[in-house]
Design a protein around this ligand. Sequence first.
Ligand SMILES: NC(=O)c1ccc[n+]([C@@H]2O[C@H](COP(=O)([O-])OP(=O)(O)OC[C@H]3O[C@@H](n4cnc5c(N)ncnc54)[C@H](O)[C@@H]3O)[C@@H](O)[C@H]2O)c1
Length: 449
Amino acid sequence: MKIAVIGTGYVGLVTGTCFAETGNEVTCVDVDQSKVAKLSSGVITIYEPGLEKLFLRNQKEGRLNFTTSLEDGIAGAQIIFLALPTPPGEDGSADLKYILGVADDLGKLLKPTDYTVIIDKSTVPVGTADKVRNAILKSSSKVSPTGGDLEGAFDVVSNPEFLREGVAVDDFMKPDRVVIGTSSERAKKLVNDLYVPFVRQGNPILFMDEKSAELTKYAANAFLATKITFMNEIAQLCERLGADVDMVRKGIGSDERIGKRFLFPGIGYGGSCFPKDVQALARSAEEAGYDFSILRSVMDVNEKQKLHLIPKIKAYFNNDLQGRKIALWGLSFKPNTDDIREAPALSIIDSLLAAGASVSAYDPEAMANVKAILGDNIRFTERQYEALDGADALVIATEWSEFRTPDFGKMSTLLKNKVIFDGRNLFDLLKMEELGFHYVSVGRRPINP
Ligand SMILES: NC(=O)c1ccc[n+]([C@@H]2O[C@H](COP(=O)([O-])OP(=O)(O)OC[C@H]3O[C@@H](n4cnc5c(N)ncnc54)[C@H](O)[C@@H]3O)[C@@H](O)[C@H]2O)c1
């Protein structure tokens, strides 16, 4: 099938590459000229395990192309994916300017003689498929004096994306489920054919109406954000009551109605999706006259949780961080990605700098992205252990695998004080006690209270 993907960020690049991998002819379109130039010359623009190999292979086979021209990109395409940003607007609702802007352009470019399916892969509020459809019709009617030219020549489908950064290729190639929102039988058949190779193991393609599909994505992200936040509050309570969150987590996770996954407490969620999607769903509810109060609490608790370690760090240094040197391991909002959007590490850095401390940071993939925002305000080190040299304490903000079994001997030598504030509960409490570290984690009984 001939496919166009508009927007070549995380979702667009993974979507385009994976559809090329199953034999489709894909053209990815982006307005960012430097991104398109890099991709066209075989340079991948995001870090995502397994993606580069597929990207290079399909590009070499001529199945994966890149352009800045929407007109060239959609020429002959039977399916056009919209993988465009939907950032929060001023009131927290999803800003649809990118989506509707492209819909407007498509109205001028789509041909009444060819049937095209426009698929919304971005995370968008309920009713967006109708808005996209109307925007296309409206702009096509401006071009054609008779108006309504495109009526019947296209359908707009909602197909939210559930991939997780860090395991995006696996998630895309073997999705738990594919959600397709459409009321058109013609579109349903075409989209079904496109996805069949991805569900060979029997996972479902779920067909539903457009609005239910749009809400499904928000409901999924809001539920997961709530689950994490609930555990973070349990962790807070554990610290106050002397219970151990690891025990409680295991105790509740073995109940299959609750499940073991997504119960690990930490220093809050970040990323490009949960924060904005929770906010957008709360806003949609408000517009619909419903106060979704759980979501307001989730947002509030999560913001506080990002700074959970700060009072503990300050208390350890007698409320005086002036001139202290703090090492920081982990900058990305989660492991296996270079994405730093809403990363808790950034809030921690702001607080430490504001208190007069200096920060030397290491992250396997995300340092360039942080450097682009913070410049020389913090020091970046080439290697993991270099960050510790002469530091008063280490803070861990992201659970990269390489931080899980570090060389504690080396750490003891390099750190000025054997002090670790671990926002991701990576190490065993007893082991840390035996090694003589002052080790503070989240929701577990402190060893040296
Ligand atoms: N990142 C994720 O893990 C993830 C997962 C599921 C769903 N989503 C959703 O998918 C959507 C896209 O997210 P993303 O993370 O890929 O965003 P992104 O910011 O990484 O990429 C968006 C791309 O669109 C391009 N763009 C902007 N305007 C354009 C235009 N007019 N024409 C062509 N390209 C244009 C930008 O240059 C950018 O490259 C969002 O709605 C997001 O919520 C993201």
